[in-house]
Design a binder for this molecule. Structure first.
Ligand SMILES: C[S@@+](CC[C@H](N)C(=O)[O-])C[C@H]1O[C@@H](n2cnc3c(N)ncnc32)[C@H](O)[C@@H]1O
Length: 239
């Protein structure tokens, strides 16, 4: 039997993603309806997808925070019984996370953002998104910088210089604790300035948001972003 290659429609942007038809063949050959299928390297959840299509239960493990949460949630048709473990459910747990996982997780909390997978040499950029409505003549790129520890004035100014240097239209400074209204913060926001869209609304070019606010159900004060491939893929996959 020839297995179709992963189709464009199926592709979620995960680099090592396998075709669901291949995993369906393996799941069918090795289990029965109602069985439990385990994939300890589940990536973007292709085995979970196949298992659900074939009425099997599924248990998946992956070292990366990103596929476990955003992608699996987006691609499964039925997420009523989906339980994702290992992600922080409290401020205290977030504070104790490994620094790199914290950066990746914090970025994925904001709609439209993709985390940077590089631990070093990322130029201080931990995530990227694209504005749905771009200011005229700009790329519409939005960059996120994440700090789990105390945010230094230098780090805040570094993000500012990327915006002033034209690297991005907008920047988000994400911290664990909410940054108080310090002189540095006020000055950085002032220096970043704002842009007007459609002659109606002014958006600040530098925005602060924190995990403390996330756990208080306060979302980042950002304009609409383009959805990531997997966020927009959800509708296609559940058709
Ligand atoms: C070949 S990919 C799996 C692709 C998957 N079948 C799919 O379609 O998305 C291998 C996965 O193993 C994960 N991985 C690597 N080392 C791991 C480890 N020590 N524990 C758990 N997962 C790990 C990677 O993050 C990656 O997602």
């Amino acid at each position: 039997m020839r297995i179709a290659a992963r189709s464009k429609k199926e592709y979620l942007g995960y680099p090592t993603q396998k075709p669901v038809a291949l995993l369906e063949r393996i799941v069918k050959a090795s289990s029965n309806e109602g069985d439990l299928v385990l994939d300890p390297f589940c990536g973007c959840g292709t085995t979970a997808h196949a298992a659900q299509n074939l009425k099997r239960n599924f248990l998946g493990i992956d070292i990366s925070i990103y596929p476990l949460d955003k992608i699996c949630r987006a691609r499964l048709k039925d997420t009523r019984n989906l339980k994702i473990m290992g992600l922080p459910t409290s401020f205290a747990a977030a504070a104790e996370m490994d620094a790199f996982l914290f950066e990746q997780w914090a970025v994925t909390l904001m709609q439209g953002f993709m985390p940077n997978n590089k631990q070093v040499g990322d130029g201080g950029v931990d995530g990227r998104a694209t504005l749905r409505e771009k200011p005229a003549g700009e790329s519409g790129l939005v960059i996120a910088q994440v700090k789990q520890g105390k945010p230094s004035a230098d780090a805040q100014r570094a993000l500012l210089s990327q915006i002033l240097g034209g690297k991005a239209s907008l920047g988000v400074f994400v911290t664990l604790h909410k940054v108080g209204d310090t002189k540095t913060k006020q000055q950085t926001i002032r220096d970043a300035g704002s842009y007007e869209f459609g002659g109606v609304k002014q958006y600040p070019r530098l925005v602060y948001w924190s995990i403390e606010e996330h756990f208080a159900a306060i979302t980042p004060p950002l304009p609409d972003m383009m959805l990531t491939r997997e966020e927009s893929q959800r509708d296609l996959l559940t058709e």
